[in-house]
Structure formats: C-alpha cells, structure tokens
Ligand binder design. Structure first.
Ligand code: 13P
Length: 341
C-alpha cells in the first residue's frame, strides 16, 4: 500500500468546489429510471446517456472531481471508440468503480439487509485498477422502522465495509465508505440522528480493527433528515446543525473528506443542505457531494433518449454541478437557481 498516493487521490476527490458524480446505477436501477422517461434500456442507450454526462466538458472539468462507474460502464467505449474512462480522465476527473454486489436479506433479521461482494474482491480490484479505477465504492444500507435497525445488522454491515476498505487500500485504490441510513420511513429527524450516530461509530470502530488508515479513504454518509413519510419536516438550518453535530462526534479529523449521498432529497434540497453545512465551518474535513439522483434527475429528464436533447441535457447537468460546486464551498444562494430557471 502506498498511503501517500492514496491520500493524494482522496484529497483530489474532495478538492475545493468539486464533488463526485455517482453514475454507478446497476443495470436494473437504470432500467427503472429509463422506464420513467420512456427510453429502452439497452447497453448502447446506457452508454449514450452516460457519454452525454461525461462529455459535459465544462462542468466535468470545473465541478466534478470523480465519477463512480458501474461494471458495464468502466468497460464501455464512447461512440467514437474512446474508452469512457479516458473521456472522464481527459476532463481531469478521476474514474471510480462500484464494487459491492448489492444487498441481500440478513437471516433472522426481518426487513434488514447486508451488502455482499467480499468473495473474490481482491481479484476484481486488480482488474478494475488495470482498467483505470482510482477509487471504489461500497454501499451499506441501514433501514429505519419499528424495531429496526438491530445492532446485528449495523455490525455486519460495518464489518463488511471495513473488510472492503482494507482490501481496496491494499490494492492501492481509495475506498469510499458508504453507510447509508435510508430516509424512506416515517421516522423523525431525531431518530435518524440516533441511528446514524450508531452506524458511524460502529463503522469507525470496525475500520480501526481492520487497520484502515483513515487518511486514505473518503466517507459517504447520509445527512440527518426526517423520514420522507414523516409528518414533521425540518428546516435547512436544523438539518445542517444536526448533521454537523453527529459528524463531529463520530468522524475523526484524519479523514480527508466527507462526500454526502443525496438519498432521495430533491435537487435543490440536496444543494441547500450541503451549502448550509459548509456555512457552519470551519469543519475538520472537506465536505462535498457524491450525488446520484440529485445531479442526474434534471439532465435525465431533459435528455429523454433523444440525440437532439443532448446539448440541453448537458446544460441542465452543468447547472446542477455548478450549484453543488458552490454549495461545497458554502457559497450557494437560492436566487442562483431562480436566475437559471
Ligand atoms: P443518491 O445521491 O441518488 O443517493 O446516490 C448516491 C449513491 O451513490 C448511492 O449509493
């Protein structure tokens, strides 16, 4: 392991004013997204869609530090034959790869899942590194509901995350460690805070036991928000205040950066929350975005599978990337959204 090099990559992933584009939807998930815009999900359509994003040269080179790819995409070439990995690298962004194999039901734990994919992971990491991946992602999922999560579920997921992170570093790939507490339920913001604190404390304990040097990783957590079906909403300030409090209590300052997932927040909510969190600085780590839906929803809809919409879709992507780039600096303002509209 070359920790110096890992640290350099981790720092680059959270460089000021830049964040990560999560474009690692599985084929099944992207099919669902394509169904919603009436696009047939073929390998070529998936390639065209992602090429549209990666060839948004201006936002990619100004606001995007790295792109998380799916196994299919890291092997695909652009229409003109250039590997998509090269298209990304030409913009100065780092290619990354999702390496987990998704979630499976956890035995004897109704409603709970564990992320799998440790078997053969070292060999896959070597292959991905040879294909150009500089970092990887593994997503653990913790659901909140009546009686859940159990500690057994939190522990099993944290242990797998730590095993994954150690393997990545041993193969000179920076791990994104993603323990996602879902916002799907009807729980309060306070419950989200309690569960997220347990998840993060457990993850950092397991990272310590697996001897993962924190300087060579990036944390991808959820923000502290009420469940989507909760009757009580929270202000932007409350989300920022609670999120910063929990992160400060759980995340050692040795971690170079925190890149949030959007988790089902609206585009503008995800931006406003990130901005408010950064406005509470100085913080011990760089804090930015690693958004999937909150970066792609607008360009996806604009594109809708038509070549003639590519330029407009790239503008929509550029706008969201710029807004989130500003939020990563705590320099976003709501009227910048209205001006663009
Ligand atoms: P969302 O921002 O859509 O939550 O996706 C980010 C991600 O990579 C989830 O693993």
């Amino acid at each position: 392991m070359n920790l110096n090099e890992l640290n350099k990559v981790a720092e680059a992933m959270v460089a000021p004013g830049r964040g990560i584009l999560a474009a690692d939807e599985s084929t099944a998930t992207l099919k669902k997204r394509f169904d919603a815009i009436g696009v047939d999900s073929t390998p070529i359509a998936r390639r065209d869609y992602r090429e549209m994003l990666f060839r948004s040269t201006e936002p990619m080179s100004k606001f995007i530090s790295g792109v998380i790819l799916y196994d299919e995409t890291i092997r695909q070439n652009a229409k003109d034959g250039t590997p998509l990995v090269k298209v990304i690298a030409q913009c100065g962004a780092l290619p990354g790869i999702k390496v987990d194999k998704g979630t499976y039901p956890l035995p004897f734990a109704p409603g709970e899942v564990v992320t799998e994919g440790l078997d053969g992971l070292r060999e896959r990491l070597v292959e991905y590194r040879n294909l150009g991946a500089k970092f990887a992602k593994w997503r653990a999922v913790i659901d909140i509901g009546p009686g859940i999560p159990s500690y057994g579920c939190v522990y099993a997921n944290a242990h797998a995350l730590a095993r994954y992170a150690a393997l990545c570093q041993d193969e000179d790939i920076v791990p994104i460690v993603e323990p996602e507490v879902l916002m799907d339920g009807d729980h309060t913001i306070e419950r989200c805070a309690v569960v997220t604190e347990l998840a993060l404390k457990t993850v950092f304990e397991q990272l310590f036991y697996q001897r993962v040097p924190l300087e060579g990783m990036v944390l991808k957590p959820n923000m502290i928000v009420p469940g989507k079906k909760s009757s009580k909403t929270a202000s932007v300030e409350e989300v920022a205040e609670k999120t910063v409090r929990i992160l400060k209590a759980c995340v050692p300052a040795a971690v170079p950066g925190i890149a949030f997932l959007s988790g089902g927040q609206s585009d503008q909510e995800a931006t406003a929350h990130l901005d408010a969190i950064n406005k509470m600085g100085p913080l011990p780590w760089r804090v930015t975005f690693s958004y999937g839906r909150a970066l792609q929803a607008a360009p996806q809809k604009t594109w809708s599978g038509k070549a003639e919409n590519v330029a407009a879709a790239q503008r929509a992507f550029g706008h969201r990337a710029r807004m989130n780039g500003l939020a990563a600096l705590g320099k976003w303002k709501a009227d910048l959204e209205r001006k663009a509209a």
